[in-house]
Design a protein around this ligand. Sequence first.
Ligand code: SAM
Length: 324
Amino acid sequence: MNHPARSFISRESSTTRGRDARSAPRATTGVAAMLRALDVRPSRRLGQNFLSDPRVAERIVAVALGGGAGVGAATAAAGAAAGPPAATAGPILEIGPGLGALTERLAASGRPFVAVELDLRLAEHIETLLRPYPNARVVRGDILDQRLDALLPGTAPVTVVANLPYAITSPAIAWVLEQGPRVARAVLMAQREVAQRLAAKPGTKEHGSFTVFLALHAELNVEFRVSPGAFHPRPDVDSVVFTVMPRPYPGTTPEERAAVERIVRAATGGRRKTLANSLGHGLGIGAERARAILGRAGVDPGRRAETVTVDEWIQVARAEGAAE
Ligand code: SAM
């Protein structure tokens, strides 16, 4: 699927969560042992830093199933053996189930469940893991090539869950938002720096076009931090679990949001320092016309693009629309 949202982002250039301990001595239990048994060597390209701490897995599943981040709620949700599953809420999609740290806990909820895994060796493992769950299935493939309506037909709002592969963090979030109102919320884990970029305030160096794009289409809630020791191979940096709740930015039309996306993309791509210059160049209208639009929007043309708030971008889009 080709969607304008994807033009905000490129696949992250580095391919792992920082440097990691792929060459460290092998552990003898848990994830390392599973990998050995499956004869799988973690792939950097596929961002395979597997979650090895079951308490973190339980907390993520607790957030996903709506029980908060407490361990107790997750344990209850995870317990296939603990009683009949609660099939009251909507379907669940897991992106990149890997070795299944989250997968069985999610499938055990009894809700319709699909896991999409690109690594065929792991997909086979997950298929075996999911055999006892008639509500669950695995789809082999790249999540970015899928359509949610095909994975989970129907109208029930879907919860997306993922420990995101680093190389596709931003494209995967864009993919979630492209699925429209079918996604109720996404409970995601990513490298802390990425999460900080998503939640960055205007004027900070992390604030960029993807921050604005996300704010236009969703609310973001940071849940909790996860240390490198919770993964194998161990990454260099902390991760963060956060929830993305898709919603249109209040008081805007789809056309206005599309105009903001176009204008922000145009104004933030290059190296020009002032808003008038970057906008004028990006839109191909010249600095003078850009200055006039910014003036009508009440935004100082001498500012830098990364200091402009979402509300101000909306005013710029409206001023540009009125000028046409
Ligand atoms: N969920 C597991 C966990 O928490 O341990 C694995 C997480 S690991 C960070 C990312 C997983 O996503 C890997 O299993 C990897 O093979 C898979 N993956 C990578 N790129 C993918 C893509 N484009 N579509 C679907 N799965 C992908």
